[in-house]
Design a protein around this ligand. Structure first.
Ligand SMILES: NC(=O)c1ccc[n+]([C@@H]2O[C@H](COP(=O)([O-])OP(=O)(O)OC[C@H]3O[C@@H](n4cnc5c(N)ncnc54)[C@H](O)[C@@H]3O)[C@@H](O)[C@H]2O)c1
Ligand SMILES: [Zn+2]
Length: 385
């Protein structure tokens, strides 16, 4: 088993991320160890797809450790990461009689994790929660770092709270049932983490992706040693945890290469692509795949990033899997959507660019010629071959 310790010095908090194949059957025992003997109930929040696949195992394990269980299945999809769903979740918790000392278990991808975590942050002014992420994206990214929240009609993640879990339990076997596009999306975020902040992590990820592409006739992931997958996921959790430990709340005054903001590499364009296609064409990570390439092109045009480094990035994104086309989208619309990015500060977009793979630099939008952005969009949004 791989273990990653997350330390949050500012809060004097610490929790563990456990990663292994078939960990779900350990959920009850691990929950008892981290929550203690006090809690009587756990409320499982999931959705139908995930619960049908993994609910029984999770519930059985929790029961065998003496927890009474209630569960609630939220509707599936990003559009349900909403205040309405949050309200339903809170009614469920109160109907289930959850008390201060009890805990919530989030079983699912990032959508379930963000809603369950937010409900845990505000129900009775905060109760314990455990993350059991079942998508690659949630395992390497969304479940680490304590951001929880919901979308508003005006944009994604506009309402939320920082609320750290007591435990993150990653069962890598759950990835076997994950649809291909969800895997691609997760791998793109993995490439992002390495590219933005850690060259060794990038290389480790690309090595694994190369082996996957050689074995592409087989079912994805089946032929890979679970040890390698676990080690790579652990390395990603470790990386994200280290960034979060140094900048838990994403301080907007920071723009150094270890600030949490570097994790937005590729996201300025990604959010714009998602928005101009009504959130229907791209899985989030797929849009990040293109976003990184556009940011890479900008970096190259500004003379910051060597052309061979950009080639490496292109190869990495290509290895993640096929992306929906993006070269038919109007540059003006994308530019207009970028201006609405909620990550702008005083109306100025902060681009996360690369000096090299593994080292990001944050640059103000007003320092970049619009023509550079346009031509980089054209180059970065071309189909990858
Ligand atoms: N809190 C954070 O720090 C953070 C970071 C990144 C992303 N996010 C959020 O995460 C969300 C995206 O998460 P996601 O990519 O996990 O998407 P998701 O939660 O929508 O899951 C994707 C799909 O996979 C299905 N699924 C989940 N696990 C499965 C499994 N093991 N087998 C088969 N199907 C499975 C789900 O039912 C869903 O249809 C976004 O809302 C994003 O804002 C949050
Ligand atoms: Zn992302």
């Amino acid at each position: 088993m791989q273990r990653v310790q997350v330390r949050l010095p500012a809060r004097k908090q610490e929790y563990e991320i456990k990663i292994d194949a078939d960990l779900l059957s350990e959920l009850g025992r691990s929950a008892r160890v981290c929550l203690g003997e006090g809690p009587r109930r756990t409320a499982v929040i999931s959705n139908k797809t995930v619960f049908d696949l993994y609910g029984e195992r999770a519930v059985k394990s929790l029961r065998s450790s003496g927890f009474k269980i209630a569960h609630w299945l939220m509707n599936e999809g990003e559009q349900h990461k909403s205040l309405r769903s949050l309200e339903k979740a809170l009614f469920f918790l109160s109907d289930a009689g959850l008390e201060r000392g009890d805990a919530i278990v989030a079983l699912g991808g990032g959508v379930v994790g963000d809603i369950a975590g937010f409900a845990a942050a505000v129900y009775l002014r905060g109760i314990a929660f455990i993350q059991v992420p079942t998508t690659l994206l949630a395992q390497i990214d969304a479940s680490v770092g304590g951001k929880t929240g919901v979308n508003m009609p005006a944009g994604k993640n506009l309402v939320g709270a920082f609320h750290q879990p007591k435990l993150v339990l990653i069962d890598t076997e759950t990835l076997r049932t994950l649809p291909r596009r969800e895997l691609t999306s997760g791998w793109c975020e993995a490439v992002k983490q390495g590219a933005a902040g850690d060259r060794r992590l990038f290389d480790q990820t690309v090595r694994l992706l190369r082996r996957r592409s050689v074995d592409s006739s087989l079912r994805r992931d089946q032929n890979e040693s679970q040890t390698e997958i676990c080690a790579t996921i652990a390395a990603h959790c470790q990386f994200k945890a280290s960034i979060v430990a140094g900048d838990e709340r994403e301080d907007i005054s920071r723009d150094d290469h270890r600030s949490r903001r570097i994790l937005n590499f590729g996201h300025t364009i990604a959010h714009a692509l998602e928005s101009v296609t009504g959130y229907r064409r791209f899985r989030h990570g797929e849009a990040v795949g293109y976003g990184m390439l556009v940011a890479g092109e900008i970096s190259k045009s500004l003379g910051m990033l060597a052309p061979n480094e950009l080639e490496l990035l292109r190869e990495a994104v290509r290895l993640c899997g096929p992306l929906p086309r993006a070269d038919d989208l109007a540059a003006e619309e994308i530019s207009a959507a970028i201006k609405l990015d909620k990550k702008s500060v005083s109306g100025i977009i902060k681009w996360v660019l690369l000096e090299r793979i593994g080292r990001a630099r944050i640059v103000s939008g007003n320092e970049i010629d619009k023509r550079v952005i346009r031509s980089s969009m054209r180059a970065g949004l071309k189909p990858l071959r």
